[in-house]
Design a protein around this ligand. Sequence first.
Ligand code: PBG
Length: 327
Amino acid sequence: MYPSHRPRRLRRNPALRRLVAETSVEPRHLVLPMFVREGITEPAPIASMPGVVQHSRDSLRKAAVEAVEAGVGGLMLFGVPDKHDAVGSGATDPDGILNVALRDLSSEVGSDTVLMADLCLDEFTDHGHCGVLDEDGSVDNDRTLQIYGEMAVVQAESGADVVGPSGMMDGQVGVIRESLDATGFADTSILAYSAKYASAFFGPFREAVDSQLKGDRKTYQQDPANGRESLREADLDLAEGADMVMVKPALSYLDVVRDIAGVADVPVAAYQVSGEYAMVEAAAANGWLDRQRTVLETLTSIRRAGADVVLTYWAVEAARWLRAGHR
Ligand code: PBG
């Protein structure tokens, strides 16, 4: 008695496996998130994200050039201001660190890559929330929208090709679209964080941006228990004019990536967040995981689930591995 079906036949050697691989990851699929910090002259390491730094303006420029040379598809920029206030003024100030750095990158690599900017207030507010607060301390959705609208225009003026609203305020995509269109930035794209969960995996990011947050974001980010809700969030964002939709985090939400990729008629992105990075780095540092294999496996899995674009702190390193033929 022999098996009549032998799937192992196509796994016999590397050439066969390469021929029939369904999914691939290419450098162009990867977007590198970068942090730039106001007022420093040397890059500052982020302890919970070994290998990732808060850049100075100078080191940011150099790192951006390296990333572009490695072939990554784009850069997503986050600002770390040295002053915070209740309304996050640094976000809408053309001389705020994020906008200044966008101008730097725009002149340095603007024509060679896709420049994206995080559009959110949490890095700039003294309470660390993604929006402004009411007297009772709750996040005021509609007042926040006004500020997002202004922030989008300043980012577009500063050279962002794509703005990435990540605050999970209702109606944010629509307001940002209107405000960009009204100011001559009809060609600036919106990468909407459509499904963004109130996730423990954002932990190390809080260190990366010197977050002032006490408490949590559960009144605006989604409950990890909810999958269907993500389809609604994505539908709303598409109706409001999102050019791309994103799921975040990635690895614990691959079902959501799959569901959204199944219905969205725009490119789908997934963000492999700080905690996903830290988890693998920590295990690899202990010799418990093979770092390169693990990283490439996670990226492949995120692509397999349906993501066209993957934001990952490993973008540059992974791009180099991929170019060298690893998979
Ligand atoms: C909000 C924002 C966050 C991340 C990206 N944009 C933090 C949050 O929502 O708490 C997290 C990214 C990561 O963890 O790598 N500006």
